[in-house]
Design a protein around this ligand. Sequence first.
Ligand code: ADP
Length: 453
Amino acid sequence: MFERILIANRGEIALRIIRAAKELGCETVCVFSQADRHGPWLEQADHTVCIGPGPSSESYLRADRIISAAETMHADAIHPGYGFLAENAEFAEVCRDCNIEFIGPSPEAMALLGDKISCKRMAREAGTPVFPGSEEAIEEPTEAMEVAREIGFPVIVKAAAGGGGRGMRIARNDAELADGLAAARQEAAAAFGNGAVYVEKFLEHARHVEVQCLGDKHGHAVHLYNRDCTSQRRHQKLIEEGPAPGVDAKIRDGVCESASSLIRNAKYSGAATVEFLMDRQQHFYMLEVNTRVQVEHPVTEAITGVDIVKESIRVASGEPLSIHQEDVQLNGHAIECRINAEDPDRDFMPQPGLVEVFQPAGGFGVRVDTHVRPGYRIPPNYDSMIGKLIVHGCDRAEAIAKMKRAIDEFRIGPIKTTLPLHRRLLGSTPFVEHDFDIHWVEQLLEKQPDAVV
Ligand code: ADP
């Protein structure tokens, strides 16, 4: 096991990793930016190192500063968390060159699964269901039109190196496709330095269902079943739950097994999520693979009892996975609500500033992952998520009731958060009946924009 782990992240996920490292007997070094110098999570780390000013481009994204902090502090591993450098294969490679273990996949596995074209090719080989569409990058409009004729409009042009919803264009006819191809290529080249794009079928009404996987360096991989993340706004997940409701157990198991095969074939170690869209007939189509721990991992921890963060540290140190597929048993239902410091009544305007009141919910089956406490000042520089409220019940109905109760108990002020919106979403018929698609939250907000509270 590692002696000292450097955490190249901030906020709730830094705290989550510090806790896991401590339980494994590892010392922790947490890097921080000047804007985070009063970050409460830093108190829990054994050592802290300032790596630059507030903007992440000058701190949390500075691989050179993070590596020198690790070398100066004699850390033998780096945990990247999510966001920032977590899916940067070059950073993983620099870690390896410096003899520091990157807690996550090898740069090769990350690059293979991070590129959407090579990932899709591997998925086909592993039997993971993918969208019909082009098998290679597309250069000419005529090629794109040929693919579209085969699979039928609407189609979507996507960037191989895509992320954050950039480099995507929907096309409903040949003219839109020609325009979309040029625009997507340009946007992808500018944003990712890689203009490769491909074309696939566009699904109008779908749910987002994803499979949590874990792999080790000994060729083992398991899945920890699935999560539904259909409640989103602008492609940002708001509510996640597991197992995904209303999915036939046989179909679910088939898709989950195909996801772990993909991870195994990629010689992947650590936590990975294979994301899918699911249509009304329960056909699955892979979107992408996230090669890191995800925000919503606690949902899966609740329903499987597996500590995903500890397990990913263990496998990075060379230990085999401590679980076999047959050990993974589903237990009850879990829901997570992301608490964002945003005002849902004012177009989700970010709410940086002083948190005077912070009184988390508690009780049986309630987990709060947050770095916030009363007196904490939310810096304006970073993502607005300030915590996660997770509940675990014996079934979905109990989990929903528990989440409503927990939200009613939670007090945060004077800043506004997404909690009142969550309370409303949980009581809405589409959510209760899980009769929804990835646009349902936006449609609800359009219909009743002022009815959040
Ligand atoms: P990114 O890496 O930019 O997040 P994704 O491949 O995950 O890109 O796609 C982002 C979002 O775009 C998805 O969550 C989904 O809402 C939508 N999307 C992507 N591909 C399709 C598709 N083939 N059909 C319908 N929606 C899609």
